[in-house]
Write a new protein. Structure first.
Length: 253
């Protein structure tokens, strides 16, 4: 997909999309409890979205012959991203990644959080806190004139400094009138390298970090990515506009 620079009006529409995504994720965060099924979370997300006149962005999303069947991606424990909602219930001590996108008025918003189910282990708590912070380390580099490598490097160096590994197979992306636009945004890279950030770009930045090795594979369902070594994985994402004054996070309340 082409990279299209967004006008002020475009960004206002993207802000609306982002706000709906944030509202849904906030509600889901409250709904995450032991005993809740992941299908119930999907139902809440879809209902809230449609009530606001928006459309879930992932439902019906195609990759080749495969069609994503739900509104929400729910990824538990060693699942990295793209988990499919099901009758599986959440258990105390799980961590659950919630990745959600909507489209409204021709524009998309996309964000993700990973949340604890009840009380989680110390390692899991560290993974959640450090993955969230790695996203913010990346966001802080978003400024016209910086390069994509500055962003990628900020995430990687923070993640590895926290003793975590960076998933290579999935990356962030531009977002706008399409869910996925140029550029691809790796969560690893060299400072000073890569594409120049320009005012009007909007970046969906989404580090995926593992407690163990970085390798991931996709399960037989064709969607769910899991760590090869079975270690826990976390995922946080925001859609962020590049402005002359620095980053503007669109996927907030
Ligand atoms: Mg995304």
């Amino acid at each position: 997909m082409e990279l299209e620079l967004k006008s002020k009006e475009d960004l206002e529409r993207m802000r609306r999309a982002g706000q709906i995504v944030a509202e849904v994720l906030e509600r889901l965060r409250e709904a995450v409890k032991p005993g809740v099924t992941t299908l119930e979370l999907d139902r809440i997300a879809e209902e809230m979205t449609r009530k606001r006149g928006a459309v879930p962005a992932f439902k019906g999303y195609r990759v080749g012959p495969r069609v994503f069947p739900a509104s929400l991606c729910v990824s538990i424990n060693e699942e990295v991203v793209h988990g499919i909602p099901s009758s599986r219930t959440l258990k105390e001590g799980d961590i659950v990644g919630l990745d959600f996108g909507v489209t409204i008025d021709g524009y998309y918003g996309d964000a993700a959080v990973t949340v604890p189910v009840g009380k989680v282990s110390k390692e899991a708590g560290h993974l959640l806190a450090a993955t969230r912070e790695s996203l913010w380390q990346g966001i802080r580099t978003v400024r016209a004139g910086n390069r994509l490598g500055d962003l990628s490097h900020a995430i990687q160096s923070y993640a590895e400094g926290a003793g975590l590994s960076v998933v290579r197979e999935f990356v962030g992306h531009g977002i706008g009138r399409n869910l996925h636009e140029e550029p691809q945004i790796p969560n690893f890279g060299e400072p000073g390298r890569g594409r120049l950030l320009r005012e009007g770009m909007v970046l969906a930045i989404e580090p995926m970090l593992n407690l163990g090795d970085p390798g991931v594979m996709v399960r037989d369902d064709g969607w769910t990515a899991v760590t090869c070594d079975g270690s826990l994985s976390a995922h946080f994402e925001h859609s962020v506009a590049v402005t002359a004054d620095g980053p503007v996070v669109l996927t907030t309340l």
